[in-house]
Design a protein around this ligand. Structure first.
Ligand code: DGJ
Length: 730
């Protein structure tokens, strides 16, 4: 049993962590502990019983001046009743008041993992032995309640949280904020690690100490976004890859989000994560409920690597039900970088034919195959093949590619429309736009209004019509602008605060109607590179294009940041030409290839322009990737060095779960005039076992490889690279 209740003390146990909360004599649910494993004894002594001058005390505590919601750690923080830190909830009751105070009403424990009816969640497999705890907190005055949901995955060291608000007040209420989780820690000597960026520069790692006040990241771009990823870590100041406490918070939602870490005047830290409250105003009628998305919590007492391993394992095994998640993925070649919008059937067939010789398994036709799509000003929304470019249509093209022994993939951007499209001309009211204002364009396109059921139905039908015609083995699902002009002609004026969230609910409905009804198609997410890289999208797409930046040194940094939460098997990563189109940098082919092996490998280049030497290099690295893919996808991943550190190289490693084999990748970062010795220290191996390094033919023990390391060759030109394959000698 991973959930225990004793005298209203709730203790959640995983193999390595414990989470505890307690209902007080006045019915408030206090948070007591989240950290390394302890027994289930009541540890409420950790809350100091001191009078906090000038703080308010709830009416039911009478003369007691110690009991204050402003200082006590809360499990779900109240609003307008004397806790001045970030609230978990903000609503407008039917009488116009903003108050909410949830008191313990009941609880329920059951085997298995809860799910949400409107939002994607992690699921439990039988061998997870997962359990669910539901605690209902009710406001005695308004009869609005919240159900706090906890999913405990004991073997995976993950605790999921979500909240469902139910209105039984007899009247409609307006919900202005509902956080999915609140975690009050009794200390503030902590660092925050978050992942920021922009297009071409996703998930840059930023570690900084928490400061007094609110330390916040978030998005109100309508999508999780390139700018801040909906994942953050709070850790001890000294936590590193192998030691120290770290807490992870991963939001299972693809829209607006906020992550706050508030350090109060008493040196305590409140962490909250949920839908961003900006422009959020949801009407909940009497008898209705509202679901707040799930957050995946993880605590590691052994540093950041263990934290990442736990997230990787849960995403690899409990997020996406696609049969492709744990199967071999095709090496693909994509038409976008070489051809953009300018191609014809012959170009495509010729490219596929040459790619086959490189060992590619799949040809992907990117943007430009439909409507009047000769540039990015027209055609989006018209999912009908352009017969001048693709003679005979998609099934005919696909048949020819299949005949070459390759599979075939196709690009879509279903959520968008160009004004120059048949769809827009027929339904100008189907996009987000504010009455009386010209809408803002981005990449010459507008956002379809996914809060409208009729728009969602149309998208499902239009995309399914292409897929059901046959021949498509893979879909790249793109999304190339942020949402603004957030107004839907479908809803009345006072419901416009619901549109951001309804858009995301519409998106998930569309994905259910397309992705889940095509189990034999491999789907890859994309958003102008990696602008929608989040846990929720992973429940639909086994892989997501990591960034439009395919320059290897830039990718090292992007892939490093992405690896903290998301498994390597989810990262779309391809080799492109040099000089790189974005950075103009020239990097050896080998390094581009080894860097692209940090994910689902492929090519973004015109093979017809390659020299014979490049062709044979391509074939060699494609074959190598295919050999390595099972270990890259299934092994434990170690960041051996940080691309941000003043190191001469960036290195990473995959170790099989049974520790019998490993792969080590190294890319030299800097030209150094100093003749410095470079050793790569491995991790995760068995100290006492011996390993044979295929490339150097050395046999060394795990302890030696960890402590002395692999010596790199003495000449190390900038951007040169190495791969080492290790196998245990038995
Ligand atoms: C943005 C994607 O990230 C690219 O890979 C490509 O698919 C283009 N969109 C096509 O418009």
């Amino acid at each position: 049993m991973s959930i225990k209740v004793n005298n209203k003390v709730f203790t959640l146990q995983t193999e390595n962590s414990t989470y505890q909360m307690k209902v007080t004599e006045h019915g408030h649910l206090l948070h007591l502990y989240y950290g390394s494993k302890i027994a289930d004894e009541d540890i409420s002594y950790i809350i100091p019983q001191v009078m906090r001058s000038h703080e308010s005390n709830p009416p039911e505590v009478g003369e007691d001046r110690i009991y204050s919601l402003a200082a006590y750690p809360q499990e779900f923080s109240t609003n307008d009743v004397g806790d001045y830190r970030i609230p978990s909830i903000e609503l407008i009751n039917h009488d116009g008041s903003y108050s909410f105070v949830g008191k313990y009403a009941s609880h329920r424990i059951y085997d298995g993992k809860y799910s949400l009816s409107s939002l994607p969640t992690i699921y439990a497999n039988e061998d997870d032995c997962a359990q669910t705890l539901e605690i209902i907190l009710e406001d005695d005055v308004t009869h609005v309640s919240v159900k706090l949901l906890y999913g405990v995955f004991p073997k995976k060291d993950i605790i999921t949280r979500a909240v469902i608000l139910c209105n039984r007040s007899g009247k409609e209420i307006r919900l202005r904020r509902l956080m999915s989780m609140n975690l009050d820690l009794m200390t503030s000597d902590l660092d925050m690690i978050e992942f920021y960026g922009h297009h071409y520069y996703e998930r840059q790692t930023n570690r900084h100490p928490l400061t007094h006040g609110i330390n916040e990241i978030g998005s109100f771009r309508g999508v999780s976004s390139h700018f801040h990823n909906p994942f953050a870590i709070i850790c001890d100041r000294k936590t590193d890859e192998d030691t120290g406490n770290a807490y992870g918070f991963c939001f299972m939602y693809s829209g607006n989000f906020v992550f706050d870490a508030e350090v109060d005047g008493y040196g305590q830290t409140r962490i909250a994560m949920g839908i961003h409250p900006k422009q959020f105003d949801f009407h909940v009628s009497d008898g209705e409920c509202f679901e707040a998305p799930e957050v995946l919590l993880c605590h590691s007492a052994s540093g950041l690597s263990a934290l990442s391993h736990r997230y990787h394992d849960i995403f690899r095994n409990n997020a996406c039900r696609s049969k492709f998640v744990n199967s071999k993925r095709p090496v693909l070649i994509n038409s976008w970088e070489p051809f953009r919008f300018t191609f014809n059937t012959d170009t495509l067939l010729r490219t596929a034919e040459i790619s086959k010789k490189l060992g590619a398994d799949m040809f992907v036709l990117d943007d430009g195959w439909f409507g009047k799509r000769d540039n990015d000003r027209a055609g989006l929304g018209d999912w009908v093949v352009n017969g001048e470019k693709i003679i005979g249509g998609i099934p005919a093209l696909s048949e020819k590619i299949h005949a070459m022994g390759m599979s075939f993939g196709l690009w879509f951007e279903p959520e968008m429309v160009n004004e120059d499209s048949d769809l827009y001309r027929a339904h100008p009211d189907w996009c987000l736009r504010v009455p009386g204002r010209a809408p803002s364009r981005s990449r010459h396109q507008l956002c379809l209004d996914l809060s409208r059921p009729d728009v969602c139905d149309h998208i499902i039908d239009a995309v399914n019509a292409v897929l059901d015609a046959g021949g498509v083995d893979y879909v790249k699902w793109d999304y190339n602008r942020y949402v603004c002009d957030v107004y839907s002609s479908y809803y009345p004026a006072d419901r416009q605060g619901e549109v951001y969230h309804r858009y995301i609910l519409g998106l998930y409905r569309i994905l259910d109607g397309i992705v889940k009804t095509h189990p034999d198609i491999l789907f890859e997410g994309c958003s102008g590179g990696g602008g929608r890289y989040d846990g929720a999208i992973m429940t639909y797409f086994p892989q997501t294009w990591c960034s439009d930046n395919t320059d290897a040194p830039s990718r090292l940094v992007i892939q490093y940041g992405t690896s903290f939460a998301y498994p390597i098997s989810t990262m779309g990563s391809h080799v492109s030409v040099c000089p790189n189109k974005k950075t103009k940098r020239t990097v050896p082919f080998k390094t581009r290839a080894l860097t692209a092996m940090h994910g689902t490998f492929g090519y973004e280049l015109d093979p017809a322009k390659m020299t014979d030497e490049e062709m044979s290099e391509c074939a060699e690295y494609t074959a190598l990737y295919k050999e390595y893919q099972p270990l890259i996808f299934g092994g434990d991943y170690y960041r051996l060095s940080s691309p941000y550190d003043d190191e001469l190289f960036t290195a990473w490693e995959f170790v099989s779960k049974d520790k019998s084999s490993a792969l080590v990748f190294v890319v030299m970062q800097e030209i150094s005039i100093m003749d410095k010795n470079c050793y790569v220290h491995l991790r995760g191996l068995k100290d006492d076992s011996f390993y044979r390094i295929e490339q150097t033919e050395q046999i060394l023990s795990g302890a030696v490889l960890k402590n002395a390391g692999i010596l790199l060759p003495h000449t190390k030109p900038q951007y040169s690279s190495y791969v080492f394959k290790l196998s245990e000698v038995r």
